[in-house]
Design a protein around this ligand. Structure first.
Ligand code: B1M
Length: 218
């Protein structure tokens, strides 16, 4: 197992999409659980890319090819992370906020939410307040999930929350936020209903919000 995990790790680090795809398939065939593949190879490799970027050894092109390599592997493990035939418990609109192109974490959160039985409407990255509001209305969403990876773009979160309030939708949706620079204190400050540090906790929190909503209706 360790050899395959190491191959995936190195593949992401070196931005070698083919190696990542082949090795992830090899890991799946060897019955290594999808969450182990993710947490022990791809996520640490991406964290190492970040460290190398901070130290000036990696630049934006290296980050880009590493993330493409990781996305190649994610396509293969996505169906395994998602439990099939789960009836939708509720709807969540998710997106990375305006000005921010980082979508790997948001995609992971989306997968975990689907795995937890939610219907996910993914607006992609660089999403402004207007698009969030429109999507909540047209999909009659129960929840909104916002992601930000930059200290500059996390400041767009309160703008989106205010737009949701101004549109008169705040009583209908719970707002969940996350992303590396965020904290519980920041989430409280901007009036979000919840903060989750990782994808699995985001899914747990979303399920709790939906259960609370259901209990309040009965
Ligand atoms: Co960028 N980048 N990047 N980057 N990049 C960071 C974020 C940075 C920390 C790197 C560094 O300096 N060490 C830094 C931000 C510094 C800061 O603001 N404090 C940075 C920078 C500076 C930049 C640029 C400005 C660089 C430049 O151009 N000079 C630029 C900005 C572009 C833009 O967005 N406008 C930029 C560009 C890029 C790429 C496009 C090259 C690429 C993104 C590709 C893509 O996403 N498609 C990229 C990458 C890959 C990174 C790093 C290396 C990895 C991010 C990642 O995917 N992590 C990152 C360094 C790092 O994080 N160590 C970095 C893996 C992912 C699984 O984790 O996204 O944290 P994460 O998601 C986690 C949790 O945060 C949480 O759950 C996820 C899974 O457990 N979570 C949520 C996320 N969203 C959530 C939502 C929730 C709940 C939980 O509820 C809804």
């Amino acid at each position: 197992m360790e050899v395959i995990i190491e191959k995936i790790y190195q593949g992401v680090l070196n931005g070698d999409r083919e190696i990542v795809i082949d090795s992830v398939q090899e890991a799946i065939n060897a019955k290594i659980p999808a969450d182990v593949i993710l947490k022990e190879s791809m996520m640490p490799a991406m964290a190492e890319c970040g460290r190398l970027f901070e130290e000036g050894e990696y630049f934006v092109p290296e980050l880009l090819i590493a993330s493409r390599a990781m996305q190649g592997g994610m396509v293969l493990i996505k169906p395994l992370l998602i439990t099939e035939n789960v009836k939708s418990m509720g709807k969540i609109v998710i997106g990375t906020v305006k000005g921010d192109l980082h979508d790997i974490g948001k995609n992971l959160v989306g997968m975990m939410l689907e795995g937890a039985g939610l219907q996910v409407i993914d607006l992609g990255s660089d999403v402004d307040a207007e698009k969030f509001v429109e999507a909540v209305k047209t999909n009659d969403a129960d929840l909104v999930g916002m992601s930000a990876l930059l200290t500059t773009t996390m400041e767009n979160m309160p703008v989106i929350i205010n737009a949701i309030k101004e549109a008169g939708l705040k009583d209908h949706v719970k707002i969940l936020v996350g992303g590396a620079p965020l904290t519980q204190a920041y989430a409280d400050k901007i009036g979000a209903d919840g903060y989750a540090p990782d994808a699995s906790q985001a899914a747990k929190m979303a399920v709790n919000f939906l259960s609370e909503k259901k209990n309040n209706l009965t």
